[in-house]
Design a protein around this ligand. Sequence first.
Ligand SMILES: O=C(O)CCCC[C@@H]1SC[C@@H]2NC(=O)N[C@@H]21
Length: 229
Amino acid sequence: MRTVAETGSTNADVAELARSGASEGLWLRAERQTSGKGRQGRAWDSPAGNLYLSTLVRTRPGEPSPATLALVAAVALEEAVALFGVQPMLKWPNDLLVDGAKLSGILLERVDDAVIIGFGVNLSHHPVDLDRPATSIAAHAPAPEPQVFAETLAEIFARWLSRWRDGVAPVRERWLAKAHPAGTALTARLSDGSAIDGLFEGLDSHGALILRLADSTTRVIHAGDVFLL
Ligand SMILES: O=C(O)CCCC[C@@H]1SC[C@@H]2NC(=O)N[C@@H]21
């Protein structure tokens, strides 16, 4: 694992390395980021003390849908966090929540056949944002050292990645076991600003969210933000 004191974004760095032919298995951790990227074009505040870590997966023909790597990342992170004494709940697509507050974020980006996966985890502190409540491991248990957490996560991720290559089913099952139950009321906010209310029905084979709407039809959501009602 490579560690740097500071960079703009570990995802941007790993994307650059992927373009120049870097192999799968590369991990890059920064102690802080100056231009951390979140989902949906948001910024990810990245002061020292928390985890900023990215890796790269090279996808191959015949493997499960690359979009389902979001589930691999989420189940690996959930397992790592639980090892440090905090039991989070997964929220689609790959947020970890503790008592409804966001503990971490995962950002997936495509570069040709590579998928860059970036993990941001609030280990020792969290941003205060009344619209989007956040929390940290430190708020519930002793905060791990970022390097120790990073190495633990990399090991667990490798295990889930290899299971995923044999088929997405066990990853999907694990995700569902750790997520909000079927029937949970959710609002999905799409990138065009529209919002859809529905009940959580499950995940399709690409890991997309299936919502049961009030008129009993289902709607498949591929990208967006989801809020628990
Ligand atoms: O918005 C989210 O929930 C996703 C946040 C992802 C943040 C991580 S921190 C490490 C990696 N580098 C980035 O610039 N972003 C991801």
